[in-house]
Design a protein around this ligand. Sequence first.
Ligand SMILES: [Zn+2]
Length: 101
Amino acid sequence: MRLVFECVECGGHYLPPEGMVYPDGPASPVWCTACQRAKHAAGVREDPLLARVALAAARAALARRAAEPAELAARPDVRPSRPPLSRRARSGPGGVRSKLG
Ligand SMILES: [Zn+2]
């Protein structure tokens, strides 16, 4: 599974090859191809700590994505068997209200 990274420079999401290697060099977990090229041209190297954090974040996001389908499949089993309450009952004092409203 390939990791999706967020470029710290432009904020864009990018998907480097699985081996983290482009045909013309290593991929960066910090910068997208465009920004990486610009940084290299400017003589700036990626921060090793930032690279580790970015890699960990991408792995966590991947794990979340991998866990999602199983979670969705399990949901029908936990659905309440009773039909939803009427509109009037829901708007009463005990009803579910949005905290934002
Ligand atoms: Zn970028």
